[in-house]
Design a protein around this ligand. Structure first.
Ligand SMILES: O=c1ccn([C@H]2C[C@H](O)[C@@H](CO)O2)c(=O)[nH]1
Length: 133
């Protein structure tokens, strides 16, 4: 189980990440913090582009930071937004999470600081993953 202090740290890091979001087009900042098997936390924000389709979501930016540092096993991920409605990871991000976790807690946080706990298996049932290949 996840230590409540660790969850709080993930939340703090996800909130700090959305403060750095580069969102001149959507004005929808997202921050994410991912816990990997080493015990380290990696964070990321969404980064948009004038060529809109090149935007990269907060979740993928957090995960890719971790992978570049040698991590491979995702243990939990927090996704935070400053707005009222809970966030929900896009399909691409669900599949990227699946690459590094068969299942893991996905903790969603809105701008009031309310949490909604879900899991990768709920968000992406019957998923295709690396062990199929
Ligand atoms: O889970 C999500 C959903 C959306 N976005 C970003 C992409 C884009 O910058 C903006 C609006 O889609 O929000 C994320 O970073 N993560």
């Amino acid at each position: 189980m996840l230590d409540p202090k660790l969850i709080q740290e993930l939340i703090n890091r996800a909130k700090a990440a959305y403060e750095q979001a580069y969102v001149p087009y959507s004005h929808y900042p997202v921050g994410s913090a991912a816990l990997f098997s080493s015990g380290k936390i990696y964070s990321g924000c969404n980064v948009e582009n004038a060529s809109y389709g090149l935007t990269v979501c907060a979740e993928r930016n957090a995960i890719f930071q971790a992978i570049a540092r040698g991590e491979r096993e995702l243990k939990a991920i927090v996704i935070a937004v400053p707005s009222d409605v809970f966030p929900s990871p896009c399909g691409a991000c669900r599949q990227v999470i699946r690459e590094f976790a068969v299942d893991c807690p996905v903790i969603l946080m809105n701008g009031q600081g309310h949490l909604r706990w879900t899991s990768l298996k709920v968000l992406l049932p019957e998923a295709f993953g690396p062990e199929f290949l």
